[in-house]
Design a protein around this ligand. Structure first.
Ligand code: PLP
Length: 453
């Protein structure tokens, strides 16, 4: 490692950061994280903080899982890479395909298509959805419907179904044939509806109306996160996803569950679809699949979709899609170990228990701080929405949000700020002491910026 001056001198000067303005990164360089242990990370200046972000909702088992590290090392020594394109496979990819089939059996997902991350997994699902309909002779079914506020990665397909202007505006025109309906978000919605069940019914009715308006025989799929994440952590009412499933079934539209965040226990259930009792036609997974130790994603495929491809006898069924790093053997080894550890540590139960404590604590903070306009979440994915005026719900300005982030960091906790939201997504192995530290530090950080009721 170089000395601290080297990092100060070169930080953000020669690389551009994702989801950031290059000029802002130059004027306010990011923290440089150098090491990690358990649920803590340490920067190049030796400042150690509790990571309430869990990397980026992906380091579910913390930073010190030796079994995953050993599996990666062993696979690198055995064989660092071989291709899975037609004609070859790798031993670890075959083993992972069995592990995934077993893991997703309760969701009735029987096949996997492996790739390098969440955006790849979404792109794969969108492409396979169109192809599924072609294989079945329904060539006009090309359109996609999704939720406003939804986040589906940044490939052109994913950005086109994304529901947030900041990921779309500068990259337009996006894919034609993508349409959006309002998300079941009680805090802000076009119906001025604060009852979650009634709102859920209204949003489901919008889906049905949109499918009819587009003409059902032109719609390929509806894609949604079971709990919306990056768009501000929006857990729909429990009736929403089952209603969506029913509507999709009635109109022959595939349901894609984007579970890049939710697939390995974060909501307190093993998958978000299981949380709501729904079986999707395809599921996008990534992040926790390797605990963030290696870039890997997967699109999981149901028997109905798989049968259509596997019984096809012409060129429509051939998959003209894939990546050099599809089914990367080191990623596969990391995923096998990670899934084993995820199960052994039973992190879904811990996410449910600690998530409730964190939610209670955040609600308490809301009762003490005017600038917290809303608290929402499920399991260990929680958002505190910051406002300048509670009644008008005016988003808190960026300067104060940044000041809260810096104050929390200085006081020992890494939080994530996105727009006017604080998003908490710690590792799923956190205990009660960690939760107490996160809460007391946010309290200190908000108070230090001048807010106290
Ligand atoms: C629901 C969802 N889908 C897709 C993605 C994109 O994944 P990646 O950043 O690995 O490409 C993310 C990333 O946060 C996500 O939360």
């Amino acid at each position: 490692m170089k000395n601290a001056d080297f990092y100060a001198e070169n930080n953000a000067k020669h690389m551009w950061h994702p989801m950031a303005h290059p000029a802002e990164m130059l004027s306010k360089p990011p923290k440089v994280i150098a090491s990690a242990e358990g649920v803590h990370v340490t920067d190049v200046n030796g400042h150690r903080v509790l990571d309430a972000v869990g990397g980026l909702w992906n380091v579910n088992l913390g930073y010190s899982n030796q079994k995953i590290k050993d599996a990666i090392r062993d696979q690198l020594n055995k064989m660092p890479y071989y291709s899975s394109f037609r004609g070859t496979s790798t031993a670890s990819a075959v083993e992972l395909s069995v592990v995934l089939k077993e893991w997703f059996e309760p969701d009735d997902l029987v096949r996997s298509f492996l790739c390098s991350g969440g955006s790849d997994a979404v792109e794969t699902a969108l492409r396979l959805a169109r192809q599924y309909h072609r294989v079945r002779g329904q060539h006009d079914r090309t359109k996609f419907i999704s939720l406003r506020q939804g986040y589906h990665g940044t490939h052109f397909g994913g950005a086109s179904v994304n529901g947030n202007a900041k990921f779309r505006r500068n990259y337009e025109p996006l894919l034609p044939g993508c349409f959006h309906i309002p998300a079941p978000w009680t805090y802000r919605n076009p119906f001025d509806e604060s009852d979650p069940q009634r709102l859920s019914e209204q949003c489901a009715a919008m889906l049905e109306a949109e499918i009819k308006f587009q003409s059902a025989d032109t719609v390929a799929a509806f894609i949604m996160e079971p709990v919306l994440g990056a768009g501000g952590v929006i857990p729909p009412h429990e009736t929403f996803m089952p209603m969506v499933r029913d509507i999709c079934d009635r109109y022959g539209v595939l349901l894609i569950a984007d579970e890049v965040i939710t697939a390995f226990g974060r909501t307190g259930a093993w998958t978000g679809s299981r949380l709501w009792g729904v079986k999707p036609d395809m599921m996008c997974v990534a992040k926790g699949i390797t605990n963030g130790y290696f870039p890997l994603g997967a699109t999981m495929i149901s028997a109905i979709v798989a049968d259509a491809f596997e019984n096809n006898k012409d060129a429509f069924g051939s998959i003209g899609h894939g990546y050099t790093y599809s089914a990367h053997p080191v990623g596969a080894a990391a995923a096998i170990a990670s899934i084993e550890e995820t199960m052994r540590l039973n992190v879904a139960d811990n996410a449910a228990v600690q998530g409730e404590t964190l939610m209670r604590g955040c609600r308490q903070l809301m009762s003490e701080h005017d600038i917290i306009g809303d608290v929402r979440g499920k399991g260990l994915m929680i958002c505190l929405e910051l406002v300048a005026d509670r009644k008008a719900k005016t988003p808190l300005d960026k300067q104060r949000v940044d000041a809260i982030f810096n104050a929390a960091y200085d006081a020992g906790v890494m939080i994530r700020v996105s727009g006017n939201n604080i998003i908490l997504s710690p590792s799923l192995i956190v205990d009660g002491n960690h939760i107490a530290t996160i809460l007391s530090t946010i309290d200190v950080a908000i108070t230090s910026t001048g807010d106290r009721r």
